[in-house]
Design a protein around this ligand. Structure first.
Ligand code: ZN
Length: 88
């Protein structure tokens, strides 16, 4: 049983070493996060206009919330798209 266990652990893929993502806004206080910065906000949305999750961007909860709020505001002002390729 013990042997089987060690075999199974050996056969599993090595643990993925991921670089520790750090919140961009926490590490650089010069960045001004605002809905009037569509260029900055566009780096937090996909091509289709969806907001990229925190686990991908590495934002902290506080700043992800600010990003989310800003993106939604920017959408209402047509600074960012709600969706891509929309044909009325
Ligand atoms: Zn942060």
């Amino acid at each position: 049983m013990n042997a089987v266990n060690t075999m199974s652990t050996m056969s599993t893929a090595p643990a993925r070493r991921t670089k520790k993502k750090v919140c961009r806004f926490c590490s650089d206080h010069q960045i001004y996060l605002d809905y009037k910065e569509p260029k900055l906000l566009s780096s937090f949305v996909t091509e289709r206009g969806k907001i990229i999750p925190r686990r991908v961007t590495g934002n902290c909860a506080y700043h992800q919330r600010r990003v989310q709020e800003a993106v939604k505001r920017a959408r209402l002002l047509a600074l960012l798209p709600f969706t891509a390729n929309y044909q009325p």
